[in-house]
Design a protein around this ligand. Structure first.
Ligand code: ADP
Ligand code: MG
Length: 696
């Protein structure tokens, strides 16, 4: 009975329809080794009887028409057909009821025994291309929207993750004697992924419902909507990864010479800011201010135009008016400059005319193999090459191990002023309108930098969807990536035929895909920097046990709750270590974890307590709750401890009023949070990243 997708699709196209009916889809599925309730259908009463006799009872009869998408809504599904009389009656009634529709026939199929209802679907996401959805049927999907998404193609791990991710997973594992065959379900998900890879014409698909059983499953209903044959933008990534299309952008991050077209000697102008940043941060390479009206800027010889510079230039920063940029880009390319950073604004963000200028720039640069950053960006900062290209004046920066890839210059420049006290960046790369170099290029390049150990990204959109997944997946195996995705609206909701497409709100797809890529999704701006800061300073916990030392009982209790809420555990120390700890504690101290010193805590006793935890094989990490008023007294003693690779973080209520001590503590490498919940969250994120993503 099985049919090839191509035959079915071609027939449908010839008939001028893009909707594939249940029997057609099921026969394609059968061809893929997927079990269904059957594909046979009748065009006459006698045929219906013949099929019915070949099945066991009870049977189900359904209308098959290219004009009926939701069969049961129109009375087109008859369940529990027990005998031939009922077959004849149902056949007559249904053909009568649907006489106004083009009728392909009446399906006669096995009635599947009840199981746990599930739905699997496919939708096409504007960013990531084909995405697979999984959820449990009925209210789980309709009301609770308890579904998971992944970008296609799926790996075996992806399939497992998307099953485990839904809240209803507990029901699948087993509840009141009912359970589902998870290996079979996994195979089904991979089968659908494979079907999509082989047939990119499929735009949407619903298998709804599927009945899941303790052994096996049955696809009860299925539909497909055909789309355009897909030129696989989303498969590009894989091709590029294999073909080595990802560049480390080394000369952009470590140029020997930088020209600033539009450098200015007038304070307040952007061309002044950018050039001053390069000078004041002591960029060690050659600088070429380009300005026809100046002889020198900041004491450095100026040139009237790029072509007047006779030495080679690695990077040109462009700050001229948008409409002049194509010409300048051309001149840069003619001079053999490989990286052109366009910081000026007034492009695609301003509408059609700006978009035209962008296309011109791209067309000019492409034949030269030159790469463009921006436009509408704030350039690159690399503290290790003492290079600051920002549009805003940037104060002194430490050399750090954080990579930041950010869409908006504002995010990169404005926040540096404050954050530089408590976290150190390596490379900050702003991508602006990402005409050429986009977030995926930057993620890859920044991850290749040996100074960078942790990467955070601020994203408003993602270009080149599937390639992002492939690149991020590789990167996150080595270095953690924390992303904040803004614009979490349910974009792209239009009238859609399939159930899956209506559920594929843009944000839920992002969540699924970021997980698939091993990227940690930050809840908000502060969360992104909290996690980044912590991971830049502390190692990953290798166990889930947490040891809490506190000066105040309440904060210890809150921390203990937060640990449990975050799927971590309070370490129960080994008996000899418990004895050791008891000897240390004053009479009135009760519990052994949290160890609550009730306002009699000082740096010395804290160190001795922590050392017991360091010795323990069940402790993976530490939270110390410290008093803001005496925070400074802890800095050196805590810094001097050898934690043997176990992370520690400090919780300091009211930390914003003890900023000097907080900065000292942060500089000593110990992250400080205001609340126990934030500490527990960070520890949990780090532990789970290390366990599930790193070295996957
Ligand atoms: P539609 O979604 O087009 O309305 P379905 O084929 O999904 O039609 O049928 C509606 C409902 O009837 C299903 O959700 C399922 O509960 C039940 N059903 C349909 N076909 C069968 C079958 N072969 N075995 C058991 N139940 C069925
Ligand atoms: Mg259905």
């Amino acid at each position: 009975m099985a049919e090839q997708f191509n035959e079915v699709a071609q027939r449908a196209r010839l008939e001028g329809r893009s909707y594939l009916m249940e029997n057609e889809v099921k026969s394609i599925l059968e061809g893929f080794g997927i079990t269904t309730t059957g594909t046979e259908y009748a065009r006459s009463e006698e045929e219906a009887i013949r099929i019915f006799r070949s099945l066991g009872t009870p049977a189900v009869m359904k209308v098959l028409s290219p004009e009926v998408v939701h069969k049961s809504d129109l009375g087109g599904v008859r369940l529990n057909i027990e005998d031939e009389g009922q077959v004849r009656k149902a056949f007559r009634e249904m053909t009568e009821a649907f006489k106004d529709k083009r009728l392909a026939g009446i399906a006669v199929q096995e009635m599947a025994k009840p199981g746990t209802e599930a739905i699997i679907g496919v939708a096409r996401d504007a960013t990531f291309g084909p995405v697979l959805m999984f959820g449990l049927g009925g209210i789980f999907v309709e009301v609770l929207k308890d579904v998971s998404f992944r970008s296609i193609p799926l790996t075996r791990d992806d399939a497992q993750d998307m099953i485990e991710e839904i809240h209803g997973y507990a029901l699948l594992k087993g509840y009141r004697g009912k359970s589902a065959d998870i290996p079979a379900l996994k195979k089904l998900l991979l089968g659908i992924s494979d079907l999509l890879v082989k047939n990119p014409e499929i735009a949407e698909m619903d298998l709804n419902p599927i009945f899941l059983y303790p052994e096996g499953y049955k696809v009860v209903d299925a539909r497909i909507i055909l789309g355009e044959v897909h030129t696989p933008e989303d498969c590009q990534g894989q091709v590029q990864v294999e073909a080595g299309g990802n560049e480390d952008l080394h000369d952009l991050f470590y140029p020997k010479s930088v020209a600033v077209v539009g450098a200015s000697g007038t304070p307040g102008k952007l061309g002044w800011n950018v050039f001053s940043n390069l000078v004041s941060h002591r960029f060690p390479g050659k600088l070429y201010p380009i300005n026809p009206k100046a002889k020198e800027i900041h004491g450095i010889k100026a040139y009237p135009r790029i072509s007047a510079v006779k030495e080679s230039i690695d990077v040109a920063i462009v700050l001229v008016n948008a409409n002049m940029t194509p010409e300048v880009v051309k001149e840069c390319c003619d001079c053999g400059i490989k990286y052109v950073v366009v910081e000026s604004a007034g492009f695609a963000e301003m509408g059609e005319a700006g978009r035209d200028i962008e296309s011109q720039m791209k067309a000019i640069a492409a034949p030269y193999g030159a790469r463009l950053l921006g436009p509408n960006c704030s350039g690159v900062i690399n503290t290790h090459s003492s290079m600051v290209q920002s549009i805003g004046i940037v104060d002194q920066l430490g050399k750090g191990n954080i990579g930041l890839v950010s869409q908006a210059g504002v995010c990169a420049a404005g926040m540096l002023w404050g954050l530089r006290h408590i976290m150190d960046f390596g490379i900050v790369a702003t991508i602006g309108n990402k005409l050429d170099l986009n977030e995926t290029d930057m993620l890859y390049a920044v991850s290749q930098d040996p100074n960078v150990n942790v990467i955070c990204m601020y994203l408003e959109s993602v270009k080149g969807g599937r390639r992002f997944v492939d690149v991020a997946r590789k990167v996150t195996r080595e270095k953690p990536v924390i992303a904040l995705k803004s614009g979490r609206t349910e974009a792209g909701k239009k009238a859609v035929t399939s159930h899956t497409a209506s559920l594929a709100g843009n944000d839920q797809v992002y969540s699924g895909v970021l997980r698939q890529a091993g990227v940690i999704r930050a809840k908000d701006y502060e969360h992104m920097f909290n996690l980044t800061r912590t991971m830049s300073k502390q190692p990953l916990p290798s166990r889930d046990g947490v040891f809490i030392v506190t000066y105040a009982g309440s904060l210890g209790v809150i921390a203990a709750d937060a640990i449990t809420d975050n799927h971590m555990v309070l370490s129960d120390l080994e008996p000899p270590l418990k004895e050791k700890l008891k000897k240390l504690l004053p009479e009135y101290v009760g519990g052994l974890n949290p160890v609550d010193y009730t306002f009699s805590m000082d740096a010395d006793i804290t160190r001795k307590t922590l050392e017991i935890g360091i010795e323990s094989h069940v402790v993976g990490s530490f939270i110390v709750v410290l008093q803001a008023e005496i925070l400074g007294t802890y800095v050196q003693p805590l810094k001097d401890i050898d934690y043997k690779g176990k992370p520690i973080m400090a919780c300091v209520a009211g930390k914003e009023f003890a900023m000097n001590a907080v900065i000292e503590m942060e500089k000593a490498g110990i992250p400080v949070f205001s609340t126990p919940e934030e500490c527990a969250d960070a520890i949990s994120v780090m532990y789970h990243y290390g366990r599930d993503v790193r070295g996957r």
